[in-house]
Design a protein around this ligand. Structure first.
Ligand code: NHR
Ligand code: GAR
Length: 208
């Protein structure tokens, strides 16, 4: 197959913090190229990492907008300058309205630090400990307007040990996140994912 018929995908990444999941996307072959890293926080540490890697970055401060919808519209506009094929939320901490979700429907992916549908939302490690689960982990899913309820692409589990704290559990889960996010993005970039309801099926690699 010629490369012009099947060009590498353009990946945009949104972060709010240190950006270790974004860095995992840069380290691993995701079947595409990260073309821009954006944040709702100008001081997100991950933006420095991205700049050091020679990537384009931007920040859109959510506090500068009167509504969530206005913030989301501005974010869509900035992202579209880079013509992304897929947008990855990698530790992005703002809930997105349909203004944003619909603009990238079917090509918007999030990494969430729990085994969904358990523990959607925030403070997942603390809540997993409080509920006494023995398995915890992370989920990569397509983003839909309903928070953390989109079709699941991939998950990875870790054991909860007797002496785990929220911090030790977060560290164990993060190791898994760094594996499963590049894996899931690669499946997407290779065109292997098909979605039916909440179920995502992974077909064979094409041309291989
Ligand atoms: N938006 C939609 N529509 N659907 C999803 O599945 C989303 C989403 C936006 C972000 C990531 C996320 C997660 O993996 C995500 C998934 C932020 C919050 C939150 O409560 C919850 C979940 C997620 C991200 N944010 C607060 C808010 O008011 C702000 C918290 C803060 O700044 O620290 O937006 O779980
Ligand atoms: C990750 O654990 C990610 O799963 C989580 O924030 C961390 C970001 O770390 N995401 C959420 O909690 C979304 N609500 P990173 O900036 O080093 O990738």
């Amino acid at each position: 197959m010629s490369s012009s018929a099947n060009p590498r995908k353009r990946i945009a990444v949104l972060i709010s913090g240190r950006g270790s999941n974004m860095a995992a996307l840069l380290r691993n072959d995701c079947g595409g190229d990260v073309v821009v890293v954006g944040s709702n926080k100008a001081d997100a540490g991950g933006l420095d990492v991205a700049r050091d890697a020679g990537l384009a970055t931007f920040a859109v401060g959510h506090k500068d907008f009167a509504s969530r919808e206005a913030f989301d519209a501005a974010l869509v506009e900035r992202l579209n300058e880079y013509r992304p094929d897929v947008v990855v939320l990698a530790g992005f901490m703002r809930i997105l309205t349909p203004v944003f979700v619909n603009a990238f429907a079917g090509r918007l992916i999030n990494i969430h630090p729990s085994l969904l549908p358990a523990f959607p939302g925030l403070d997942t490690h603390q809540r997993a400990l409080a509920d006494g689960v023995k398995l915890h982990g992370c989920t990569v899913h397509f983003v839909t307007p309903e928070l953390d309820r989109g079709p699941i692409i991939a998950q990875a589990a870790v054991q909860v040990d007797d002496d785990d704290t929220a911090d030790t559990l977060a560290a164990k889960v993060l190791v898994q996140e760094h594996q499963v996010l590049p894996f899931a993005v690669r499946l997407f970039c290779e065109g292997r994912l098909s979605v039916e309801g909440l179920r995502v099926r992974t077909g064979p690699a094409r041309g291989g």
